[in-house]
Design a binder for this molecule. Structure first.
Ligand code: ACO
Length: 329
């Protein structure tokens, strides 16, 4: 039994916010942003577009690419840290918007590691007993709603978008799907990257609004240092468990798009070529749970990933949660 990636899709909202636009909003400049992060522009959803709209559009494209009808989908898992509501789930709203009438739907929270967490749950648990033939794995974010637009150290980093893959249980024995993975959490670092307001610790109040607790709080340098070591370690664990060489056997490394310098440092430590790494942070910024799903769709649609190729997905985010997954497309 194998799990095939039957189709992929992504959706990026139309409106572009350039570094020049940000120069008019906070004390920053295009050169600082590009050299420190690799970001030139990011896309923002329209006021009336919510996370489930972005996710639904990515799902619709994934179903279209696979030639599968909405009625055949057995489950939808959405990774997001910007859900439509605390409840109902964003996945349930996608269910309604696409009329996925037979689908069991729920959200999952793991910030930037959300999409890998969805794949781990879908491939490792839900599809293992063949109960579900088709599962939509989705990463969708409207991060513009949780960015503090007065904080120059974080507002330059994030963008909105969504990506989806349609997973299919198949019998043909091609050994496709999730080959090996290494997923980790260290809750001792939970303070360095968080959205403090709105939950049970700091329920919404005038104080939480006045203190900007509903925006992203991040210790950037600490996060940066931890990210590189964690990602490389997870990639090496997967390499050894799968008995492959990342440099010689992996067609494409798909890292979370948080900072070009993190991606370059990881690539150097893994001793891989530029052609082996997908980068689109320059156009979209950090789209958290959506970033790897968007990259995966771009890799498929531009032909950088062909059937049978190995892709190494690697991510890191709030929790801290980090991991790597080897996938045969
Ligand atoms: N424009 C101009 N100057 C700025 C800006 C800005 N937008 N932001 C900060 N600065 C200044 C700072 O005030 C500081 O000035 P000072 O030296 O006078 O005090 C100087 O630039 C250096 O600031 P640092 O924070 O040290 O800059 P750094 O090189 O670390 O870059 C960055 C900051 C880009 C945030 C980086 O640390 C980073 O990318 N970290 C990792 C982010 C990440 O991976 N996040 C995980 C995913 S997010 C999630 O899970 C939701």
């Amino acid at each position: 039994m194998s799990i095939k990636i039957a189709g992929t899709g992504s959706y990026i909202p139309e409106r572009i916010l350039t570094n020049a636009d940000l120069e008019k909003m906070v004390d920053t400049n295009d050169e600082w942003i590009r050299t420190r992060t690799g970001i030139s522009e990011r896309h923002l959803a329209a006021p009336d577009q919510v996370t489930s709209d972005l996710g639904a559009e990515a799902c619709r494209k994934a179903l279209e690419a696979a030639g599968v009808d909405a009625s055949e989908v057995g489950a939808v898992i959405v990774a997001t840290c910007t859900p439509d509501y605390t409840f109902p789930s964003t996945a349930a709203n996608i269910h309604r918007k696409l009329q996925l009438n037979k689908a069991f739907c729920f959200d999952l929270s793991a910030a930037c590691c959300g999409f890998l967490s969805v794949l781990e749950t879908a491939c490792g648990i839900m599809m293992a007993n063949k109960k579900y033939r088709y599962v939509l794995a989705v990463g969708a974010e409207k991060l513009s709603t949780i960015v503090n637009w007065d904080d120059r150290s974080t507002c330059i980093l994030f963008g909105d978008g969504a990506g989806a893959v349609l997973l299919e249980n198949v019998d043909d024995g091609d050994n496709t799907g999730l080959i090996a993975s290494d997923m980790n959490t260290d809750g001792n670092w939970s303070e360095i990257l968080k959205l403090p307001g709105g939950g049970s610790v700091n329920p919404p109040s005038e104080r939480t609004i006045a203190e900007h607790l509903h925006g992203i709080h991040m210790q950037g340098q600490e996060t940066f240092k931890l990210a590189v070591n964690a990602i490389v370690s997870a990639c090496r664990t997967v390499e050894s468990e799968a008995g492959i060489s990342i440099r010689d056997d992996v067609k494409l490394v798909i890292p979370h798009q948080a900072n070009i310098r993190i991606i370059q440092a990881v690539a150097k430590r893994l001793d891989i070529t530029d052609e082996q790494v997908i980068v689109n942070i320059n156009r979209y910024g950090n789209t958290s749970a959506a970033s790897i799903a968007i990259c995966f769709d771009e890799a498929v649609r531009t032909g950088r990933l062909q059937r049978g190729d190995l892709a190494l997905l690697a991510s890191f985010g709030s929790g801290l949660v980090w991991g790597a997954q080897l996938i045969r497309y």
